[in-house]
Design a protein around this ligand. Structure first.
Ligand SMILES: NC(=O)c1ccc[n+]([C@@H]2O[C@H](COP(=O)([O-])OP(=O)(O)OC[C@H]3O[C@@H](n4cnc5c(N)ncnc54)[C@H](O)[C@@H]3O)[C@@H](O)[C@H]2O)c1
Length: 311
């Protein structure tokens, strides 16, 4: 396996170093700001020790750390890499200049991936000759524990580099989700944003305190969401699945949206598309069995949480 480079060694850079190195890749870290590399070396050792103490590494922490090297020269960090993971601050001008530099110094067959949380590859790749290699690869934080990555392509990104990126992340234990259109915030932050927008409104309007809202998510919604997404949740909540749920709850959700000035009704065509996708994943005749699966998993989580709260 060829090495990867991590460019920018703050929170996300450190975390990607751990992800790749614990999956047997050699990782070269580079950062232009004084002291950043020293801090990254320390943070990596600290996180690896924590992971090892929980049995989450396949080999001793020192063996994983030994695959990570720290470089003062960008050219040294980029030599022969298969992928560059850009983890610099969320600043469009900085990222654009950086991608120009990366494209000129990294191997011509290397994927150039940005960790950006909201910027799109058409923005930071604008006007560059090698846009076919540039894509967004947005992790959850920290990616050594949240094992999903959003891959965002611009119209210029080639299938070849997108597929290569997905393969490299899969080797590192991250499941790729393909974002099919360039939208700000992708899926992770759009979904999180929808919940946060409503949470802020509820606090503003005196409906609940911050702690009340966190409690509803911690003990209610979040416990289920650690097993299932919002579509599977409502599919299993209602006999008859998501179709029955949309018929029963759609009008109420539409009124709640209208209260916030949002008008995005679940039209019959849209519901039909969601139902068709869910039924391919779970035929209705397997519904009862999946509900039992959900309850068993929730029981496991509940007993783990109860144990934690008692100790
Ligand atoms: N923190 C999160 O929760 C999170 C989650 C997912 C994605 N991201 C994204 O990851 C990227 C990095 O975020 P972070 O939280 O690690 O930031 P951070 O501030 O912790 O780290 C940024 C690093 O970039 C370095 N840097 C500064 N100028 C640079 C340059 N010109 N070239 C290369 N490196 C430079 C800094 O020295 C620092 O070490 C951002 O685009 C952010 O949106 C962050």
């Amino acid at each position: 396996m060829r090495p990867v480079a991590v460019v920018g060694t703050g929170s996300i850079g450190v975390a990607f170093g751990i992800v790749f190195a614990s999956a047997s890749r050699y990782v070269r870290m580079w950062d232009p700001i004084a002291d950043s590399l020293g801090r990254a070396r320390h943070d990596i050792a600290d996180r690896l020790a924590m992971l090892a103490s929980r049995g989450l590494l396949r080999e001793p922490a020192e063996d994983v750390a030994a695959r990570i090297t720290f470089h003062d020269e960008l050219e040294h960090a980029l030599w022969d890499v298969e992928l560059v993971q850009e983890c610099a601050p969320e600043d469009i001008d900085l990222k654009r200049r950086l991608f120009d530099l990366l494209g000129r110094h990294a191997p011509a067959d290397a994927v150039l991936a940005s960790s950006s949380s909201a910027l799109i590859p058409s923005q930071y790749g604008a006007g560059l000759d090698f846009q076919d290699r540039i894509l967004g690869a947005h992790p959850g934080n920290p990616p050594y524990l949240l094992r999903v990555i959003e891959l965002v392509r611009s119209p210029e990104t080639s299938d070849k580099f997108l597929d290569l990126a997905a393969e490299i992340y899969a080797d590192a234990g991250l499941t790729a989700v393909f974002v099919r259109k360039e939208v700000e915030g992708f899926l992770f932050n759009r979904l999180q944003g929808a919940l946060l927008r409503e949470a802020y409104c509820l606090v503003r309007d005196g409906v609940a305190t911050v702690e009340d809202i966190d409690e509803v998510v911690r003990s209610g919604l979040g416990l289920r969401w650690s097993l299932m997404g919002p579509f599977e949740t409502v599919d299993l909540n209602t006999r008859g699945g998501v179709q029955a749920h949309a018929a029963r709850m759609g009008p109420a959700y539409e009124r709640m949206g209208a209260e916030r000035g949002q008008h995005d009704p679940w039209t019959p065509d849209l519901v039909a598309s969601v139902v068709a996708q869910r039924r391919r994943l779970l035929p209705l005749d397997a519904w009862e069995q999946r509900v039992r699966w959900r309850d068993e998993r929730l029981m496991l989580l509940r007993s783990f949480k109860d144990l934690q709260e008692e100790s």
